[in-house]
Design a protein around this ligand. Structure first.
Ligand code: HPA
Length: 265
């Protein structure tokens, strides 16, 4: 447990109890601008807290209100490909749970595994395939030892967000996210395999956080911004700068959707 980190954050929050955590992917931190008078805490200043190393990530918490919610926003997340232990992700989620978080909204950039869902699309994640070969709950952990994953991406939250997206005329695909460990992009053969597995999008994040959140009884709502077609589905080669550029183009509609959801729920 990140006890020193927890004490430091609680002290800085001065009685604020966040009910919702936002974990935002590369270039997707615009929702945090909707937080009123945020308290910002740099990861670097938090005792024992790990540091992020990826371009496009700020590396801080922003805490404050959106609508009737107190949210804690992680601007910058941790990826297993950075070399961090999966258990650390579980410790961060436990810290959020200890702060009071009951719901988590996660965003990421992902590659599409079908040309029917082109770059620029938004996908609500309805389920995942953990292809990372890692698990944040390995080792001693609290009960339940074997958490159920049948409703990991909470179906009633998904119904609400689909209704809202329709009202706002925002096209929202719904699909299965497969996590690859990375940091390399997939080979064309891997993309074909993942499609056969039944996945709709592939990325390098989110799954560890979701497993840890489900274990802590936190409800999860997760979205992918489709930044590119999977390797081999187009003649283009994969490149992180192109991914970030596409995310920037498509991020606003997702930000609007999440903001409105928080303001109305
Ligand atoms: N593969 C894996 N992760 C990604 C991709 C991809 O094509 N695009 C954005 N993140």
């Amino acid at each position: 447990m990140l006890t020193n980190s927890l004490k430091y954050i609680q002290n800085k929050l001065n009685g604020l109890i966040p009910d919702t955590a936002l974990i935002l992917g590369s270039g997707l931190d615009g929702v945090s601008k909707a937080i009123k008078d945020p308290v910002c805490l740099n990861y670097a200043d938090i005792p024992d807290f790990p540091q992020t190393t990826v371009a496009g990530h700020k590396g801080r918490f922003a805490v404050g209100s959106i609508g009737s919610h107190t949210v804690i926003c992680m601007e910058g997340r941790f990826h297993l490909y950075e070399g961090i232990a999966p258990q650390l992700i579980s410790e961060i989620i436990s810290l959020l749970a200890a702060l009071g978080v009951k719901k988590m909204i996660i965003t990421n950039a992902a590659g599409s595994l079908t040309t029917d869902m082109p770059a620029g699309s938004l996908m609500l994640i309805k389920d995942h395939i953990n292809f990372s070969g890692r698990n944040p709950l390995i080792g001693p952990h609290d009960e339940p030892y074997f958490p159920d994953m049948s409703n990991a991406y909470d179906s009633s939250c998904r119904q609400d967000i689909k209704k809202l997206a329709a009202q706002m005329q925002i096209e929202l695909f719904e699909g299965v996210y497969l996590m690859a460990l990375g940091p390399n992009y997939e080979t064309p053969s891997e993309v074909r395999l993942f499609r056969m597995f039944g996945a709709d999008a592939v990325g390098m994040s989110t799954v560890p956080e979701v497993i840890a959140a489900v274990h802590k009884n936190i409800k999860v709502l997760a979205f992918s911004v489709i930044s590119n077609l999977g390797t081999g589905l187009t003649t283009e080669v994969q490149n992180h700068n192109d991914v970030l550029a596409q995310v920037e183009k498509s991020s606003q509609k997702l930000e609007k959707l999440i903001k409105t959801y928080l303001q109305q729920s």
